[in-house]
Design a protein around this ligand. Sequence first.
Ligand code: GLN
Length: 497
Amino acid sequence: MTNLTHLTITEALDALNKKEFSAVEYTKAHIDAAAAAKDLNCYITETPDLALKQAAESDARRASGKAGLIDGVPVAVKDFFCTKGVRTTCASKILGNFVPEYESTVTANMFAQGAVMLGKTNADSYGMGSTTGSSAFGQTYNPWRKTNDPNTKLVPGGSSGGSSAAVAARIAPGALGPDTGGSIRQPAAMCGIAGIKPTYGRCSRYGIIAYASSLDQAGVFARTVEDCAVLLQSIAGHDPKDSTSADKPVPDFRAGIQGGNLKGLKVGIPREYRVEGMPKEIEDSWNKGAQWMKEQGAEIIDVSLPNVKYALPAYYILAPCEASSNLARYDGVRYGVRVEGKDLKETYELSRAQGFEPEVKRRIMIGTYALSAGYYDAYYVKAQKVRRLIRDDYLKALSTCDVLLTPITPSAAFPVGQNEDDPIKMYLEDIFTISLNLAGLPGMTVPTMLNADGLPLGLQIIGRPWDEQTVFRAARGLEIAADFRALPARVQTKMAA
Ligand code: GLN
């Protein structure tokens, strides 16, 4: 019964079914592990009482033969999903006191399958960032440290750094997050775990606090590809409450992933991802990934995405435009923080000035500017056209191969504070992730190796719209070949104890 927190979700489900331990014991192990890892600041709000209550209910369901798909599995939920009766802040001061009256569809789906909620995780405020440093609730730290510099604290990536650090630190076996421009895939890579953003429309956005509605999509974090498939299965599906969720059947995501055989699979290597100045360790890890997939039976082909180089500027027009519109609702009247002014206008101004974090204000200003009369056609409309060209490029490339293999981050996790003085440098962190959100495609991070500093690196598998099954199959093949088993030193020490 030791080390329950080291089991994968599928291993734990198996053991729960065999009554090797109860959901209450399994949950308690994670609550205790979280209590011992407070220094990482993964959670904004922990919900241990709720978790234990849900775990006891899960044990009762299992005893009566009515267990759901993930019954008794504790999950950490990014604080962007509205959870009825549990404070939901979006990591911003302006929603610091917001307790939703309703449940997001994704969390409701997960609960209907028996999930237990451990708490609400930290992130960059409104999802705007790549380090979890812009949160109103303090920085989250990566459980990994450089082997030769163990005292320097590193970022966990972002925006969902609380979710990724929690799963990597073994204080949650799985986690949820929306991904607008890479917020699942980039932090997963920096923390050495797996994560998938499915096709836009695969999951409901109802009850997810909006950043950029045409890009936001819910997805999952876990330590293995198969665990991601199970978790995604539990949240996906059509929702009449969200007109952008697709009325399509959800396939069995685990079908076809056994064994990791990639025979017959065509894997495209998009040459434009070989960006100027790419660090050698990233390029080497990418080449290695292609070689591994080949060894598993895949055929590797060269493909081209000529317009993908415009993804970063297009995203940093479109996402702020949508954000400026979505965030107009925070006016000190209907939600969250209110700072009384001498009249209504001043109340709006003071509430927004004091409630929003600096990066959120920057993006609202960029978006408002780009949408204003006179600039709308030059910026917003042009970026929308570029977005279409990028999607067309991907669909064309994916008509000649089944999936694409690319790097996921331009570097391993970096020290807290680095890049913070330069927003453009920070935006470059998203270079390999955001084009998928513009194109609406599924993308998955697979952890593959450690770099020379002992930090994890991952690779990205990109699939056709609605073809998460093939993404999972390809990712499983890569996972088997890479055989990544390294653990952060702090987790290793606990295991040995
Ligand atoms: N780094 C991206 C941004 O700042 C992350 C977006 C996201 O997926 N929330 O916009």
